[in-house]
Design a protein around this ligand. Structure first.
Ligand code: B12
Ligand code: SF4
Length: 425
């Protein structure tokens, strides 16, 4: 099948495209945050693209919804037409929200750069690789699970003619002889693998500064182009989870099923601290942690937070607490971070403790309120997420949610509090 791509041999240029949620020609959100267009890239994409760059490939990354927000007249076909000699196009289909957008972007790629193979990857693509390859000719390859080794080997194979047989590249799926094939899911990143990747450098991205600005969590408005809004950065701090909340596609079992991951795979505290320092040097005001360190035990998080402090790093930290962290963790966290640029996110899901427990979060209302009382003097911004449509929810549970929400409003400074109750999909 790869003869089809013989023309890309010798080309060293790779495009990475982050798709919007809606079709590329729908402009309802241009310039505003009214309808969230899902600007975030999968946190692991930076490591993957920087690995390709490290191996000599020229990578250009485009965040399509961000481009549209910056300029409502942005035209993807025109942009693609400006890139010659493209050897490979990588598109994330990580979140189900992007399912339509990712294939729409792939279609545009085939219309303009018809020779370049299109590879999709991400959690959703890892689940639906067979459907994608059976029904959408615009996708040539899907990478299941973790992508870095597979994408590098695929690029080497297609563009440099290196690496033996296609069948031996782990985690890739493709069409051959009229059937959809999947190679074995043999690559799943270890802590050492993650520590060797570069999750900081964003210089391959078009409009990297604006991308950093929209990653700043806790801001109230979407600001782009020429603004001096503070910059944030989602940093990969590890992969997986040890919980299995009812609604989550990224819990322990999902990671095992989709990526072969057997447990939580943290990065080492020392490497994370080095990255925080690099981010601070680049003027980034806030780092968001993709894996909540509080679930990794006191030995892990105390090393991370004390090293951050001891190295004199002043950066805001944004952490989404997977459960309710201990008092000791919260105290160390506020000591280690620049609180004015920080945030802690709590997900009680429901005011009803039984609904909360049933869906995977194991703490009581009183424990949550006590934690918030502890944080209040530190004046750290918090966000509290409830959720509608959870299994076990009743009208009574919803009333419990209103009661808890009111109690939180009464006890936490309003200028430091964000709270929402979103319908679960
Ligand atoms: C931190 C986090 C966030 C952060 C941002 C993280 C980020 N920038 O990636 C925030 C809070 C912003 C966020 C937002 C959302 N999230 Co989230 N998030 C997480 C969380 C807790 C950890 C992230 C993580 O470790 N991912 C897993 C690793 C494996 O992914 P990765 O390293 O980025 O990508 C690797 C592979 O997937 C693959 N890959 C990814 N993209 C590509 C592309 C190509 C071409 C290739 C080859 C490979 C490839 O290779 C990468 C490196 O090996 C997970 C739950 C979990 N424990 O996993 C949920 C999770 C990923 N999020 C989820 C969802 C639904 C969302 C939202 C859509 C929620 C919403 N409705 O708004 C948004 C999307 C935002 C957007 N697009 O703008 C779901 C995804 C389920 C699904 N399959 O769709 C999860 C699993 C949680 C859940 N509720 O089920 N999220
Ligand atoms: S703690 Fe978070 S990432 Fe883990 S299973 Fe629950 S919702 Fe998913």
């Amino acid at each position: 099948m790869t003869d089809v791509f013989a023309n890309v041999k010798g080309k060293e240029s790779v495009l990475y495209l982050h798709p919007p949620k809606p079709p590329i020609n729908l402009r309802m959100y241009a310039g505003a945050a009214r309808a969230s267009p899902y600007w975030q890239l999968p946190v692991g994409v930076l490591g993957m693209m920087n690995l390709l760059r490290h191996h000599g490939y020229r990578v250009t990354g485009l965040n399509v919804p961000l481009e549209i927000a910056i300029d409502g007249r942005f035209d993807l076909h025109t942009w693609l037409g400006g890139h010659e000699d493209v050897g490979l196009i990588a598109i994330d289909l990580h979140w189900y929200e992007h399912a339509f957008g990712a294939l729409d972007v792939a279609r545009a790629c085939k219309q303009v750069a018809s020779e370049a193979p299109v590879v999709l990857g991400g959690l959703t693509a890892s689940c639906y690789w067979r459907e994608i390859l059976s029904e959408f000719a615009e996708a040539d390859f899907v990478v299941r699970g973790d992508g870095e080794l597979s994408l590098l080997q695929l690029a080497n194979y297609l563009l440099r003619g290196e690496g033996g047989r296609l069948e031996d590249i782990p985690n890739i799926c493709y069409r051959a002889d009229g059937t959809v094939r999947s190679n074995s899911l043999d690559y799943c990143a270890s802590s050492e693998d993650l520590d060797s990747l570069d999750f900081v450098d964003t210089s391959f991205l078009v409009h990297a500064r604006q991308y950093h600005q929209i990653q700043f969590a806790g801001g109230t408005e979407f600001r782009v182009a020429g603004s001096d809004a503070p910059q944030g950065h989602w940093l990969c701090t590890g992969r997986g989870c040890r919980y299995d909340c009812s609604f989550c596609g990224g819990g322990r079992r999902s990671h095992h099923l989709l990526t072969g991951r057997k447990g939580v795979v943290p990065r080492s505290p020392g490497k994370i601290v080095r990255d925080l320092s690099r981010l601070e040097e680049r003027g980034i005001k806030q780092a968001s942690l993709s894996l909540d360190p509080s679930i990794l035990g006191i030995g892990y998080w105390s090393e991370l937070l004390s090293k951050t402090r001891d190295n004199g790093i002043r950066i805001g930290l944004n952490n989404e607490c997977f459960q309710l962290p201990s008092d000791e963790f919260l105290q160390e966290y506020v000591r280690a971070c620049d609180t004015s640029h920080s945030q802690l996110v709590f997900s009680p899901l429901s005011g009803s403790e039984s609904v909360r427990r049933r869906n995977g979060k194991h703490f009581t209302n009183d424990q949550l309120l006590a934690a918030l009382s502890l944080l209040r003097p530190a004046r750290i911004p918090i966000a509290v997420f409830f959720s509608l449509n959870l299994p076990g929810e009743s009208e009574r549970a919803f009333r419990d949610t209103l009661v808890l929400a009111n109690r939180i409003c009464d006890m936490y400074p309003p200028e430091l509090l964000r709270m929402s109750n979103m319908v679960h999909t």
